[in-house]
Ligand binder design. Structure first.
Ligand code: PLP
Length: 493
């Protein structure tokens, strides 16, 4: 990245080598063509160079003056930063040279710098989709003063969720992590027990196993589905194995037929960490209802949110009673200040449930928007070599919570890590895939090259694309165009 504006100046006579090295050095994909008085004559972007290379027979003859844009988008020194940002957004451009009244160049702004300075994120990864309905329910709840763990919303939310899932035994919690902890406690899993989980998931799955004192047993993932590999699961079962926690990564259902078969054969429990999989289906059944127990998360970044929240779903009636007591400071009855076991304060609040009620009513809209955006990405990116999407298992229908894309460096031109950096420079808040959990400090002692091989490969080569339900088709088009430009620049020039 350039430090002084002079570093990205070139003169009209400069040739291809100087143009390319200046654009590369700029870090924002542009060189400024100026005269001796620092007057802006034109700009050259990586796209201009690409076009020139395709259309010119003798590339040695290329001069800056031939390929520069003589009428570039520019801003005036008296413009506010917000005006500059609006102009860039309106014109769908990334860089804005700023000039004085004599057309002398003063500085250059690029979209990401403006966003940072204005405290905005242009296109976030997955933001809550809040409508007037959520606002109405929250306002009503605040006015009622029932904002804590008592009040009707939580019960109504639970009933509506039960109706949707076709499953009565649910306990609402204040986070998905609390739900995972509660689920394991409800099955008395603890010290001396082993629990199998994928190496590639958000760390909360492993942490819940650690909270109860059990031992996490990490299993590698499949390179195509990015989910736990059932073939590897069976190899890890010992006499101490109590349960498998399967994670439907990014909302893509894991191969539940195979995993159910393995769990039954070895008489162990099968749990779903469906934190990311609200509304996803496997063999037409909703994720969260496919094993002995499951959890959902309603965190702010999830497809259906309460701000912060979760749910425990358990088939067995007695165990759901225990789960209910665990989240409620160990109370089995309503009797005031009577506590029967040591429990936790894990209950969902009425205020959070107000948000959840509205989101649940809007679930079809929220689901279809994520799905539409996913397929729009597929359409726009299908011609680009070196990009691959997550493969779905037979009979499964993902919720497309997050669209991840695998970047094959050799075919695409640059690595996932480099692409992520450029996307952010262009105001697109992509995110990296989780590192495999055994590479994280608290779980380093579980690291074993052979068991984390594919997880590492998948983790290093995937980026998450913005996937919010309120992402507009134009945003998807813009994001795809940035990816396409990057590919062309690095692969074809
Ligand atoms: C797979 C997985 N499990 C558990 C959780 C924990 O959920 P929460 O953030 O609601 O505690 C998350 C959260 O992102 C998750 O992605």
């Amino acid at each position: 990245m350039f430090k002084k504006i002079e570093e990205i100046f070139i003169s009209p006579e400069d040739g291809l080598k100087k143009i390319l090295s200046t654009i590369q050095k700029s870090g924002i994909g542009i060189a400024l063509v100026i005269n001796e008085d620092k007057k802006l004559l034109g700009t050259i972007t990586d796209g201009d160079v690409r076009r020139a290379l395709i259309n010119t027979d003798d590339v040695l003859k290329i001069r800056a003056m031939d390929l520069m844009n003589k009428n570039p988008l520019k801003g005036h020194k008296n413009m506010t930063k917000r005006e500059m940002l609006l102009l860039l957004k309106k014109e769908k451009r990334y860089q804005l040279p700023i000039v004085d009244e004599n057309n002398r160049i003063i500085t250059i702004y690029w979209i990401n710098r403006l966003l940072e300075e204005l405290g905005e994120i242009a296109i976030p990864l997955s933001e809550p989709d809040i409508s007037q309905l959520e606002i109405k329910y929250v306002n009503e709840t605040i006015k009622s003063t029932w904002i804590s763990t008592s009040g009707a919303n939580v019960d109504v939310f639970k009933e509506k969720l039960a109706e949707y899932l076709g499953f009565k035994n649910i306990v609402m919690t204040n986070t998905g992590t609390a739900a995972l902890h509660t689920l394991l406690l409800s099955f008395s899993i603890g010290k001396g027990d082993e629990v199998i989980l994928p190496s590639l998931t958000f760390i909360a799955t492993a942490n819940a196993i650690s909270y109860v004192g059990a031992t996490p047993v990490f299993v590698d993932v499949d390179k195509e589905t990015w989910n736990i590999d059932p073939e590897q699961v069976e190899k890890k079962i010992t006499s101490k194995t109590k349960a498998i926690i399967v994670v439907h990564l990014l909302g893509n259902p894991a191969n539940m037929d195979k995993l159910n078969h393995i769990a039954k054969k070895h008489k162990i429990l099968l749990f779903e960490d469906a934190a990311q999989a609200f509304g996803a289906r496997y063999n037409n059944k909703l994720c969260g209802t496919l094993g002995d127990g499951a959890i959902l998360s309603f965190n702010g970044n999830k497809l259906v949110t309460t701000g912060g929240g979760g749910a425990v779903i358990i088939k067995d009636k007695e165990r759901i009673k225990l789960a209910n007591a665990i989240v409620n400071q160990g109370r089995f009855s309503e009797e005031k200040y009577r506590h029967d076991i040591i429990g936790y304060n894990y209950k969902m609040t009425n205020l959070h449930a107000a948000v959840g009620l509205a989101q649940l009513e809007r679930r079809d809209e929220l689901l279809s928007r994520r799905r539409e955006n996913h397929f729009l990405y597929r359409e726009y990116l299908k011609k680009i070599n070196g990009l691959k999407f997550q493969k779905t298992s037979n009979g499964s229908s993902p919720n497309y919570w997050i669209t991840g894309v695998f970047v094959d460096q050799r075919e695409f031109g640059i690595s996932a890590k480099e692409l992520l950096k450029i996307m952010r420079e262009n105001g697109v808040f992509c995110e990296r895939m989780y590192p495999p959990i055994p590479t994280q400090t608290p779980y380093k002692s579980f690291y074993n090259e052979k068991d984390q091989n594919k997880s590492k490969y998948v983790s290093e080569n995937i980026i998450f694309l913005p996937s919010s339900s309120n992402l507009q088709p134009d945003d998807v088009k813009y994001i795809s165009k940035v990816i396409e430009d990057v590919h062309r620049f690095y692969k074809e020039s």
